[in-house]
Design a protein around this ligand. Structure first.
Ligand SMILES: Cc1cc2nc3c(=O)[nH]c(=O)nc-3n(C[C@H](O)[C@H](O)[C@H](O)COP(=O)(O)OP(=O)(O)OC[C@H]3O[C@@H](n4cnc5c(N)ncnc54)[C@H](O)[C@@H]3O)c2cc1C
Length: 305
């Protein structure tokens, strides 16, 4: 990637807004100080241990020995305060279902840091391409014949006839004409506005974690590429509010729904895909799996065509 485009020094450090109070993410000493006023890692650990114990005791008193859903999982991993203020509303908006009806495995672990570090990622390298992602894509495709605005399914037999091997990155259920049924997705509607202020929220990402606000987060795009005084170089700013919703035909599918029903359906399609001799199913739609960019790039580099 670095041979194609230079990356800037953007560091993802989202902020959560719960009922007008701000908390740093991911959960770290800043968050714990904002939540409880604790000063030392030991005080924070004690507070979390105390709240986890209450959740465990409540469960045991009801005869439950293993978390049965996301709510119980979160309560026993991190305790009630963080769950109710920073996880519950956001997750319910994101998935359109109550946490008590979501599977526990969605949050197998919750990363917690007992240091003052708001960097969302632990990766050594982080950044956004200088000049934008288009520059990266153009570089990757240099010298490669390319047709855009072309739906594979509109002329399927033609593409199959001219290709020795196909890397299919569309929806796997569509590839098989939905013969076992449709996989479900969540998607997001972006409501984008240009505002007459140079700096609306002071950060690229602010999550709104209460249920009553219908969007999950506001992205202020300039903070991905303007740092320090450059933020004030222009008089306006662009923000996008993200409204999560159930995917329907005609919308762009974003997030696979990792419940048992959809996982079983995907397995059926996967079994068909494994029998294809000259088609590789790759990426988030063909593998029905949430991938971040670096993961999908790694997967592509591992391909032995
Ligand atoms: C709201 C949101 C925010 C995200 N933020 C981040 C982030 O901050 N960092 C990060 O690393 N990742 C992020 N991601 C994930 C990132 O978008 C994915 O990792 C990446 O796009 C996956 O690449 P892919 O090749 O698997 O799929 P895609 O990028 O979706 O590529 C699939 C391609 O197949 C094409 N295609 C599909 N069907 C057909 C068809 N029938 N005919 C022809 N072409 C077809 C599509 O047009 C598309 O170009 C985010 C995703 C979402 C939805």
């Amino acid at each position: 990637m670095n041979s194609i485009v230079e990356f800037n020094r953007y560091t993802n450090s989202p902020v959560a807004n719960y009922k007008g109070r701000l908390y740093n993410l991911p959960f770290n000493m800043n968050t714990f100080h904002q939540m409880w006023g604790v000063i030392t890692p030991e005080e924070a650990m004690d507070k979390i241990a105390e709240q986890r114990e209450i959740a465990l005791q409540t469960m045991r008193s009801k005869g439950i020995d293993k978390p049965r859903n996301l709510e119980e999982q979160a309560l026993t991993l991190i305790g009630r305060d963080i769950y109710e203020k920073l996880i519950k509303g956001y997750t319910e908006k994101q998935w359109g279902r109550p946490c008590s009806q979501l599977p526990a495995f969605i949050i197998n672990r919750l990363p917690v840091r007992f240091i003052f570090d708001n960097n969302y990622f632990n990766d050594k390298y982080q950044g956004v391409p200088v000049g934008g992602y288009n520059k990266l894509i153009e570089g990757l495709l240099k010298g490669v014949e390319c047709k855009t605005n072309t739906d594979f399914f509109e002329n399927r037999s033609y593409w199959e006839a001219i290709a020795d091997e196909i890397v299919f990155t569309g929806k796997i259920d569509e590839f098989y004409n939905y013969r076992y049924g449709k996989l479900e997705y969540r998607t997001v509607r972006f409501d984008t506005e240009i505002l007459d202020t140079p700096n609306y929220q002071g950060n690229a990402v602010v999550n709104y974690t209460e249920k009553e606000i219908p969007y999950t987060r506001i992205i202020e795009h300039k903070h991905f590429e303007s740092f320090g005084p450059d933020v004030y170089a222009g008089t306006k700013t662009v923000i996008s509010k993200e409204y999560p919703m159930e995917w329907q035909d005609g919308m762009e599918p974003f997030y696979p729904i990792n419940d048992e029903k959809n996982a079983a359906l995907y397995e059926q399609y996967k079994r068909l895909a494994e029998r294809e001799a000259s088609v590789v199913f790759g990426g988030r739609l063909a593998e029905y799996k949430y991938y971040d960019m670096h993961q999908v790039i790694a997967k592509a580099l591992d391909l032995n065509l």
